[in-house]
Ligand binder design. Sequence first.
Ligand code: PRP
Length: 178
Amino acid sequence: MDELMEEILVSKEDLQARIKGLAAEIAQDYQDKNPLLVCVLKGGMPFMADLMKEMDILLEIDFMDVSSYGDGFESTGEVKIVKDLSQPVKDRHIIFVEDIIDTGRTLTYLYQVLESRQAASIKTVALLDKPARRTKDFQADWIGFEIPDKFVVGYGLDFKGQLRNYPQIAVLKEEVYS
Ligand code: PRP
């Protein structure tokens, strides 16, 4: 897959080092709170797997999948739940685990949903943040790396469903997607 990439933005080593740091910081805040880590599928899956293994506290995990109405690139901004949580969240401390925050629509919507279900608290850890793309006023509580507005793939992020298994964050060559 290397031949499809323009440049490596975040290497395997830098990913693991940053994730270890994030996990330690979050774990310290959630000692004795039994947080529910909610992975936003599908892109959040590798990050969730690595992050939770570095958190040395008692916790639980669950998964949600959402999709935008309209096409994937410039959608209408409406979001719908494709897969919901398998348990109630009333009085639980929720931590959303995301691969990337782009426009901010997905998490703005998910906060509304879990607030209406009376979660005790809701926070977000995002591996990547693309602030240049934001259309909603959304800010994650922990960010791995802030990145420029480029087409990135790997470590959960896809192009047409593929390349999620590329083990680092890379910029896709323009000729691949244009
Ligand atoms: C991506 C990403 C976030 C969302 C961020 O998911 O995983 O969930 O977009 O974008 P936003 O801030 O503009 O809402 P995508 O819808 O591509 O689904 P996927 O994770 O299954 O690839």
